[in-house]
Design a protein around this ligand. Structure first.
Ligand code: ATP
Ligand code: NCN
Length: 219
């Protein structure tokens, strides 16, 4: 029997915002997902550490932004000890073998995807759904990763109706694009990261942040 269909939205969430929530709910409906996990990254390998609030603060902001939605917030990469998405996805598939996963990301990330470690292998691990984002769609369209994935394009209905999933698969989701971004929030509140720095969380706090939300997630 196939387990729940789970979308994975990895991100810095520095901070989380209403755009994350909206694109998640949209992707869930379009792709027929049972739930989405927001994986708050301990540190995007391509982003500077400066200006990044601590993991615990970003997890808190993600929990607030996802309240009462079928979204689980997790910092599981901290527990898995993975930093690169390719390693995270392999570890998750091993840990949750009954689940079917889809990797979700905005078109800004498709434009840069060829810079991610082992990106072709990421595409072989699970279908990828890309959500159009204002200002990035031309770059995404012209990107090396999209060129590579062109022959694997699939409609959202195509993915929903497939009995057996295969990867690579690229699903391009376009809906009333959402202009919100964490950059915009930090511009309006330049001290966001500092104000949320606080003392480093104790180990048991981080531990409970990691485990709490995925409790009950079956294998
Ligand atoms: N408004 C949006 N439309 C489409 N995708 C989005 C949007 N906001 C965030 N995403 C996607 O959600 C994931 C996590 O995003 P992230 O936490 O980096 O937020 P962000 O707003 O992109 O942050 P920043 O402005 O700091 O780069 C990424 O795949 C990103 O592309
Ligand atoms: O694995 C990589 O090389 C890699 C490079 C850049 C970003 N990522 C992942 O992409 C996701 C989105 O990151 P961000 O910072 O754009 O929200 C997050 O899960 C990061 O860990 C992964």
């Amino acid at each position: 029997m196939v387990g729940p269909v789970t979308g994975l939205l990895g991100g810095s969430f520095n901070p989380a915002h209403a755009g994350h929530r909206r694109i998640t709910l949209f992707a869930m409906a379009a792709l027929g997902l049972d739930e989405v996990w927001w994986m708050v990254s301990p540190g995007n390998p391509l982003k500077p550490r400066k200006g990044m609030a601590p993991l615990a603060a970003r997890v808190r902001s993600a929990k607030a932004a996802s309240r009462r939605a079928p979204i689980k917030v997790t910092a599981i990469e901290r527990e898995l000890g993975t930093r690169y998405t390719v390693d995270t996805l392999r570890a998750l598939k091993r840990r949750y073998p009954r689940r079917r996963f889809v990797w979700l990301m905005g078109s800004d990330n498709l434009a840069q995807f060829h810079k991610w470690r082992n990106w072709r292998q990421i595409a072989r691990e699970m279908p990828i759904a890309v959500i159009a984002r204002p200002g990035y769609d031309d770059a995404a369209l012209a990107s090396p990763a999209r060129a590579w994935l062109r022959d694997y394009r699939l409609s959202a209905a195509g993915l929903r109706n497939r009995g057996e999933w295969s990867a690579p698969a690229l699903i391009e989701l376009r809906f009333d694009p959402d202009p919100r971004s964490a950059t915009q929030i930090r511009r309006a509140d330049p001290h966001w990261a500092e104000d949320h720095a606080g003392p480093p969380p104790r180990d048991e706090v981080t531990h409970s942040l990691i485990h709490e939300s995925l409790k009950g997630a079956d294998a």
